[in-house]
Design a protein around this ligand. Structure first.
Ligand code: CAA
Length: 248
């Protein structure tokens, strides 16, 4: 048998790219799921960039908020690689707004991309993991799912929901060698965080005891550990990586 296969949804984004690099470095065959509004050229360019940097990473299109598109994505990966042993549910979006101004569309978009997606993708991957008696599901949540955040009722609800999902599924699949965990990053230097706007971001940064934003690699290191053989006794956990911004 070849190396284990890891699928990272939202794999071409800020944290996603670091996840792909680290998992590839640890010997996984890595597939980066992407949506990018169907911009396949952008994904191909990303893939070429990674190859130049020495990382061989497959790319797979799929809208994770849509069940049919998720299924096509997973089936394509199974055809090419034979299995998905590690699923990292990393794809996510923000549509920040104070609640009184929030539209139903902003609510639905975030719930669908960040939480419904976890149902869609995990549903397709979990049975084969259980059948093979080994698997890892790692859900990328957020510090804001743990503490809440002004302007993010939709995002915080979805991210908190992910961990409820983690704890429940972890119990259902533990006896089959499959672990399910949540990682909750704090504010990490990516385009999602850069979009906040300087003044608000500086205020937030001043509340981080470590005194800086996180680096994508600092999330990737922990995810790679959870994906490894060594983490077989860790399941249903929520690992906070937020520079001390929220402790509980
Ligand atoms: N706490 C309390 N009050 C606040 C506040 C805060 N954090 N921020 C703004 N306000 C106040 C303002 O002073 C203003 O008060 P007045 O009306 O009395 O003047 C009022 O709230 C503004 O309300 P609005 O509805 O008009 O808000 P807005 O449209 O100006 O901005 C927002 C709302 C776009 C959500 C903005 O607050 C914002 O960008 N917040 C940051 C959200 C955030 O942190 N997003 C994280 C994105 S990154 C990510 O999500 C990754 C991850 O996982 C960490």
């Amino acid at each position: 048998m070849g190396s284990k296969v890891a699928l990272v949804t939202g794999g071409t984004g800020g944290i996603g790219t670091a996840l792909c690099h680290e998992l590839a470095s640890q010997g996984f065959t890595v597939v980066a799921g992407y949506n990018s509004g169907g911009n396949h050229e952008k994904a191909k360019a990303w893939q070429a960039e990674q190859a130049k940097a020495g990382y061989t990473i497959d790319v797979a299109y799929g809208d994770v908020s849509d069940p049919a598109s998720s299924e096509a994505c997973v089936n394509g990966i199974l055809e090419r690689h034979g299995s998905i042993d590690v699923l990292v549910n990393n794809a996510g979006i923000t549509r920040d707004s104070t609640f009184r101004k929030m539209t139903l569309e902003q609510w639905d978009e975030v719930m669908n991309a960040n939480l419904r997606s976890v149902f869609n993708m995990t549903r397709l991957c979990i049975q084969p993991m259980m059948d093979s008696k080994w698997g890892r599901v790692i859900n990328i949540s957020s510090v804001n799912g743990q503490k809440g955040q002004f302007g993010q009722t939709n995002y915080a609800a979805a991210k908190a929901g992910m961990h409820g999902f983690t704890k429940s599924l972890a119990q259902e699949v533990a006896s089959k060698g499959v672990t399910v965990n949540t990682v909750s990053p704090g504010y990490v230097l990516t385009s999602m965080v850069a979009a906040i706007g300087d003044e608000v971001l500086q205020k937030i940064a001043s509340t981080i005891p470590v005194g800086r934003l996180g680096q994508p690699e600092e999330i990737a290191n922990a995810v790679a550990f959870l994906a490894s053989e060594r983490a077989g006794f860790i399941t249903g956990s929520n690992l906070a990586i937020n520079g001390g911004q929220h402790m509980f």
